[in-house]
Ligand binder design. Structure first.
Ligand code: CA2
Length: 144
């Protein structure tokens, strides 16, 4: 099983500022966790991070026919990007949306998710463990 993890803008800054919202773990810590979880669960996992909307769209398109599942945290593009929504719909790969923070408990504009409309599940407010939970969801779905 091949899983693509996509992270959007500024997530590479994790742990550097706003620890009260996003925790103290860094983006490098997240990459280590993803590697550990994929090895423990026997899943092939690739990760991709970009600060650019078009690059995120290109990466989603490139997953077509290659990956069995996508875990995506589109970060701020969650709340603005119809292009990312359309790309997820275009490839039709089972996708899970992850947010480290509880977006529903923050500003009103963070309650809107375009990307989420193309995702089977949304996990929010679980910190970095949300990515692990998304992985487990996709594994269970794939095994059926
Ligand atoms: O909670 C999440 O995972 C978010 O997707 C994170 C985004 C935010 O725009 C979404 O509404 C919710 C922000 C990404 C990272 O932002 C940072 C800001 C300061 C320091 C470190 C990271």
């Amino acid at each position: 099983m091949k899983i693509l993890v996509i992270n959007g803008p500024n997530l590479n800054m994790l742990g550097i500022r706003e620890p009260g919202i996003y925790g103290t773990q860094t983006f490098a810590d997240l990459l280590v966790l993803l590697k550990d979880w994929s090895e423990a669960y026997g899943v092939e996992l690739e990760q991709y991070q970009s600060n650019h909307e078009g690059d995120l769209v290109d990466k989603i398109q490139s997953a077509y026919g290659i990956f069995d599942g996508i875990i995506i945290n589109p970060a701020a593009y969650t709340h603005t990007s119809i292009a990312i929504l359309d790309a997820l719909k275009a490839v039709g790969i089972p996708a899970v949306e992850v947010h480290i923070s509880d977006v529903d408990a923050r500003e009103a504009f963070r309650k809107i998710s375009y990307a989420g409309l193309a995702c089977e599940k949304t996990i929010k407010g679980q910190g970095l463990d949300g990515y692990r939970q998304a992985l487990l969801y996709l594994m269970e779905k794939y095994s059926k």
